[in-house]
Design a protein around this ligand. Sequence first.
Ligand code: SME
Length: 163
Amino acid sequence: MTVPSRATTPALLQVDAILSRLTGRQALEEVCRFLRHSFSHYPWVGIYRVAGTDLVLDAWDGAQATEHTRIPIARGICGQAVRENRSVVVDDVRSDPNYLACFLETRAEIVVPIHHEGQVVGEIDIDGTTVRAFDASDRGFLESVAVKLGAAVERSGSELPLG
Ligand code: SME
């Protein structure tokens, strides 16, 4: 699917508004909620924080909780995005040996790193329910959201969660 270009600017302004209004975990939860409810192909949205050699789930929004609240950076698609310091789009999770299964209905996944001072400090993780759920428009949009989250980390002078 896709994020229509006409939706990008208003959505990024909304993210700005959330990050100026809220801090800490509440801000991250609100960003997850906003993304899930704005885009029907984002049924599960999470934000993980880098904590030493692990990723820790700071905030999420979706129908179900995940058992993967702490993932070693050495593992999973989530770990791969940190290790390779890049956005990872998996068109079909069933053909990716890196994939750590969370939900039966997940068929595609996108993970986008959040940077602060040149380091990956966290990531946005979205599970989709159709093969090839995410394309370059999703990657571009979510990378812009990640830049805003990185800037909020900078403003708050701390690591994720912000504030
Ligand atoms: N599928 C991820 C694990 C996190 S869940 O999708 C929420 C992975 O392979 O790293």
